[in-house]
Design a protein around this ligand. Structure first.
Ligand code: PMP
Length: 446
């Protein structure tokens, strides 16, 4: 079996030549936006795409190419782009009020849906993003326990605030960004997903919360060992530490109640975003009433976690979110999307085998991850390799080849929606077949 080699690919130049408008728009954007982008993962070599319209499973770029989309609003679009009932709900609310400056009926309905769907949710507080949700959740955990330390895991992503920006990419033992005060860093411990290591870290009794992506790091790219969630549940309970699932990606995606429903392990706290707000900005922290209620106003002078936020439970996000959660509540959409993702994973693996290329597609439920140069049980593969495979020398050649065939991957991965069709699957697998041939012909894969 051959492994990846470093060379350049004609596909990159061909793709650049086919996208002059995106290139020009990117050059203009660089004058006012650092690197011409607004989210670090939208960086792309030779330049990022500009998208002008999107509908269902498809999107159209500034040069008029139609693409099957596997970015799906960074995972926020379970029903695809501009799903008509969601558009209608947003339109209706826009005519009523953008920001009533007070409570509104949709925020209560939205919270009730979260409580009815997410097993741990007894109380809910809305935020404007997933990052805000994990930030607030950790502050709540500290306030509720009177402890300061937090345990997180290698490769797990929880947004970009100071308390979680550690060990997201290898090397795991340092902050992922400059600018984090040493005092903050001293409160965060980054561990491998190993129960013995967790028990040792919890032993002094000063850990407020253990936070993790419950389907594994990077939305399941780095899977967790079997039984790990149940083991964590026991270990945290024994240590008086709160178990905090970050279900920003997996919430309403793995199942209507997220990984905690799917795996039958109930945490104390859960952060949500993405599908929660139906593709508009929004997040939430939910969990045990006695924990979340540190946000509540009680007798005068009693300590309370403060939480303002101009756009908390924004009515337009609430309109999109309540409509999306209503459609997602019976689990059919998640099962449909998961069946489509399984067909894609099978097809990718069959294509790897037919080309004699070492690599694999893996992932759970609605996700697929493409891995080059290594195959087998992902639990047996070094997490550094799992995280790094698609960012290596193949990154731009593979993505440009797929774009030339009309498919947009998301960093070697894909988030599959309930509206991806058999035609999308066929188009994607044909694109992958042709892309592998191109890379093989150019000596990139042997
Ligand atoms: N947690 C996880 C698991 C995420 O994947 C993300 C974003 N991709 C976040 C938190 C942060 O959410 P947001 O981008 O809404 O701030």
């Amino acid at each position: 079996m051959a492994t990846a080699r470093t060379t350049t690919s004609s596909g990159v130049d061909e793709w650049a030549a086919a996208n002059p408008r995106s290139r020009a728009l990117h050059e203009e954007a660089q004058r006012v936006l650092p690197s011409g982008i607004t989210h670090d993962v939208r960086r792309f070599d030779p330049f990022p795409l500009t998208i002008v319209r999107a509908e269902g499973s498809r999107k159209w770029d500034a040069d008029g190419h139609e693409l099957v989309c596997y970015v799906m609003g960074h995972g926020s679009l379970l029903f695809g782009h501009s799903h008509p009932p969601v558009v209608e709900a947003i339109r209706e609310q826009a005519g009523l009020a953008f920001h009533p400056g007070g409570g509104h009926a949709l925020e209560r309905a939205w919270a009730e849906q979260v409580v009815s769907l997410v097993p741990c949710a007894e109380r809910v507080r809305f935020t404007s993003s997933g990052t805000e949700a994990t930030m607030l959740g950790l502050q709540i955990a500290r306030a509720a326990t009177g402890r300061h330390r937090v345990v997180k895991f290698q490769g797990h992503f929880h947004g970009w605030h100071d308390y979680v920006d550690f060990g997201v990419d290898p090397p795991w033992d340092r902050p992922s960004t400059p600018g984090i005060p040493p005092g903050v860093a001293a409160t965060v411990t980054v561990l491998p997903p190993d129960l013995a290591a967790v028990e040792e870290a919890l032993a002094p009794g000063d850990v407020a919360a253990v936070i993790l992506e419950p389907a594994g790091g990077a939305s399941g790219m780095i899977p967790l060992p079997p039984g790990f969630l149940a083991g964590l549940r026991e270990a945290t309970r024994a240590a008086g530490t709160l178990l905090f699932f970050d279900e920003v990606v997996t919430g309403f995606r793995w199942a209507p109640g997220g990984v905690q429903e799917h795996q039958g392990v109930t945490p104390d706290l859960t952060s949500l975003a993405k599908i929660l707000a139906g593709g508009l900005p929004g997040g939430a922290i939910c969990g045990r009433a006695d924990v979340i209620d540190v946000l509540a106003f009680r007798e005068p002078g009693a300590a309370k976690v403060s939480h303002p936020g101009t756009h908390n439970a924004h009515p337009l996000s609430a309109a999109a979110g309540t409509t999306t959660l209503r459609l997602a509540a019976d689990g059919h959409a998640q099962d449909r999307a998961s069946a489509t993702a399984a067909a894609l994973r099978d097809g990718f693996n069959e294509t790897f085998a037919r080309h004699g290329i070492e690599g694999m597609a893996y992932g759970e439920r609605t996700m697929f991850m493409l891995l080059f140069g290594v195959s087998g049980d992902p639990l047996q593969i070094d997490p550094v390799r799992l995280k790094g495979s698609t960012y290596g020398p193949l990154y731009s050649p593979l993505h440009c080849a797929m774009l030339l065939e009309g498919v947009q991957l998301f960093h070697g991965c894909g988030l599959v929606s309930a509206v991806h069709t058999d035609d999308d699957v066929e188009r994607t697998l044909t694109a992958f077949d042709r892309s592998l041939s191109r890379l093989q012909d150019e000596g990139m894969l042997g």
